[in-house]
Design a protein around this ligand. Structure first.
Ligand code: PLP
Length: 365
């Protein structure tokens, strides 16, 4: 019998994986006011859910879905006015970050990322052995575009990853700055547009025709409000997407998700009404927060606000949790010490948050 000590077996797992931490969202999911994951606060209307339930009953559960969801790809292509060959759909955009890693990142790769950056990207780069070239933000947390351009010139990265609007700051990069970066980079530039539905600046999708290095990541989790289904997609030139299709796992989009997504995408009025509700929510939330003494807020192009007060962030988060409000503590980001992030919720959730915030801060005086 060969030696099978568990320690030795664990050592067989690649060190790049062993050195990572599993992705975890802290806090009690069952809290009354869950404002910590940048979700859409509205579920689908009851009547529509019943209709969808009937459609789902028609699905043969014993049969595989198509290797790639063709109908959904066509609906997304129509939505963006591009060819279906420009799209790869995944099980949430998170899943496609692994495909991206598999396609672009080796131990020789340098990846430029402005900080602070949605944590999953850096984790995927590390797991594939790539070298992260971080670019610090300006003191006001805005992107340091000159610093990004300089890093691109110096490092000649395989990939530059931008999230605009950015999570966790909520700030958007100007369209012109994104174009400058795409022009300067000899490697690929990924623009994660998870929050684009809330952004006033135009999407980077239009840059794809001029710059073959542009990739755009989108999700149905935020503006479209289907985080529970897990659907995301990546857009790029057909020649690039054709190669990436070889690295994506087949059958990642199940029949239920595709059916529901198609039904929602065919209702632009419903999508618009929900987006308008979120946009109103974030404006109202921001003005309520601005009227509270001692709160400073980072301007947002998303459905969430990054803010801080004079109170220690752990203390404030725990006082909010005592009053059934869950927000995200940003202590994991060195640049964001002292900050909390709150997602706009329903009117009632936002009211509960504002009341809890006032109560927590008043008790501090
Ligand atoms: C910048 C960014 N990209 C991607 C995602 C995840 O999207 P998905 O739900 O499609 O995996 C998030 C979720 O918070 C995000 O903030």
């Amino acid at each position: 019998m060969p030696e099978q000590s568990l320690d030795r077996l664990i050592d067989l797992i690649r060190p790049q994986i062993r050195n990572e931490q599993p992705y975890r969202v802290s806090g009690d999911r069952d809290v009354a006011n869950k404002l910590n994951q940048n979700e859409c606060p509205f579920d689908l209307p009851e009547g529509l859910k019943k209709e969808l339930a009937e459609m789902i009953c028609e699905i043969p559960f014993n049969r595989y879905p198509t290797e790639h969801p063709h109908q959904l790809t066509e609906a997304l292509a129509e939505l963006h006015g591009i060819e279906p060959e420009c799209i790869v759909v995944g099980n949430g955009s998170n899943e496609l970050t692994q495909t991206l890693g598999l396609c672009f990142i080796t131990e020789q790769s340098r990846i430029v990322t402005p900080r602070p950056m949605f944590a999953l990207y850096e984790s995927v780069v590390r797991m594939h052995g790539g070298k992260i070239i971080p670019v610090s933000p300006r003191p006001d947390l805005h992107f340091d575009v000159d610093g990004i351009l300089e890093s691109i010139r110096r490092e000649m990265p395989t990939l530059t990853i931008l999230a605009s609007p950015n999570n966790p700051t909520g700030l958007a990069m100007s369209f012109e700055a994104i174009e400058d970066i795409c022009s300067e980079a000899s490697g690929f530039v990924l623009v994660d547009e998870a929050y684009q539905d809330f952004n006033k600046n135009p999407s980077a999708i239009s840059l794809m025709s001029k710059h073959p290095n542009v990739l755009v990541m989108r999700t149905l989790s935020k503006g479209i409000g289907l985080a529970g289904l897990r659907l995301g997609y990546l857009l790029g030139r057909p020649e690039v997407i054709r190669e990436m299709m070889k690295a994506r796992m087949p059958f990642m989009v199940d029949r239920i998700s595709e059916t529901v997504a198609l039904a929602i995408l065919s209702r632009p009025d419903l999508i618009r009404a929900r987006l308008d509700g979120i946009m109103k929510g974030i404006r109202d939330l921001e003005s309520e927060m601005q009227s509270i003494d001692g709160i400073s807020i980072i301007p947002s192009a998303t459905n969430f606000l990054l803010f801080r007060s004079q109170m220690d962030a752990d203390e404030l988060a725990s006082r909010l949790a005592d009053r059934q409000v869950l927000v995200r503590n940003m202590r994991g980001y060195p640049e964001l010490q002292g900050f909390l992030r709150v997602t706009t919720g329903t009117e009632a959730e936002n009211k509960a948050f504002i009341e809890a915030l006032k109560f927590a801060l008043e008790r501090a005086h």
